[in-house]
Design a protein around this ligand. Structure first.
Ligand SMILES: CC(C)(COP(=O)(O)OP(=O)(O)OC[C@H]1O[C@@H](n2cnc3c(N)ncnc32)[C@H](O)[C@@H]1OP(=O)(O)O)[C@@H](O)C(=O)NCCC(=O)NCCS
Length: 263
């Protein structure tokens, strides 16, 4: 029968009638001892997080919850709920808008930081490694460095500096947290400033990518954690919108319409 029992082989959960255990810990104990953030870490990383790891993950999750109805994902969840779907469908509509361009920059920024970290073995300093990697990328036509720039927050995103400060504090408390990711993120921002001649904001994705890198979270999972955090905002907006009892709400007030251009 092992072909059947091994079909969904997992280290995450053991379940028998009357028993539930996550990563070797009974649910009865976890309910009494763990916060939701600790539970997220246990589930995805497989261990109980240290206090500093918990605080850092918590900060990243708090910072990413929402960016208002100008964010396509939030607008999608609000529009969806006016169509008569359930709140889960509205949340999923928003999550499904999170792709490489909206919400995916954190995964890409973390890949960039990891590339710089790897390149550091050939360089004297983080700055040299950063310049080298960015020169390669801009040389191949990459115009936008992921994790930097913002449509509204110029020249600083209000979320970045507090996140970098918490990252440095937590790394001082817990040596497993790799402070070099904060240095790399800041080196990338400085390098873009030298290239462009103007300060470009480190955005939420650039800052949380530094945190996830420092925590040892792989890029794919960093995107998953962003989606998890943004789901809080998607839920809040879908619920608030549902209270308005508006039906079939489109992307603009009905008095505004689109340009019909047949040229
Ligand atoms: C978010 C984004 C679309 C905003 O773009 P924007 O509103 O056009 O940005 P700005 O108007 O402030 O751009 C000003 C200048 O900085 C440059 N710039 C902006 N973001 C940049 C970045 N990430 N890397 C390099 N240059 C950037 C622009 O090309 C522009 O240069 P130019 O004047 O020579 O044309 C853009 O910054 C971007 O794609 N960033 C990378 C992806 C990302 O991190 N997304 C998550 C956003 S929360």
């Amino acid at each position: 029968m092992s072909d059947v029992t091994d079909w969904w082989k997992t280290k995450i959960i053991r379940m028998e009638p009357g028993e539930i255990e996550f990563r070797g810990q009974p649910i009865q104990d976890l309910i009494q001892t763990q916060t939701f953030t600790q539970m997220i870490w246990l589930m995805v990383m497989g261990q109980t997080p240290s206090p500093a790891q918990t605080r850092l993950l918590d900060a990243a999750l708090v910072a990413s919850v929402d960016h208002g109805p100008q964010a396509p994902s939030i607008a999608a969840s609000r529009m969806a709920i006016t169509c008569g779907v359930g709140i889960n469908n509205a949340i999923a509509s928003g999550v499904n808008m999170l792709g490489d361009v909206h919400g995916g920059a954190g995964e890409q920024a973390l890949e960039l930081y990891q590339q710089i970290l790897t390149t550091m073995i050939h360089h004297q300093s983080i700055q040299d490694a950063t310049d080298d990697v960015l020169a390669d990328r801009t040389g191949t036509g990459e115009k936008f460095i992921p994790g930097f720039g913002h449509r509204f927050h110029k020249p600083e995103d209000p979320r970045a500096q507090p996140l970098m400060a918490i990252l440095r504090q937590c790394a001082d408390e817990d040596p497993s947290i790799d402070k070099r990711f904060a240095d790399i993120a800041e080196a990338v921002q400085d390098a873009i400033e030298r290239i462009k001649g103007t300060r470009i904001a480190m955005n939420i994705d650039g800052a949380t990518a530094a945190i996830y890198g420092a925590l040892g979270v792989p890029p794919t999972l960093a995107r998953g954690l962003f989606c998890l955090s943004r789901s809080v905002g998607l839920t809040a907006h879908a619920y608030e919108q549902s209270l308005n009892c508006e039906r079939n709400k489109g992307p603009t007030p009905p008095s505004y319409r689109w340009t019909y251009d047949q040229t």
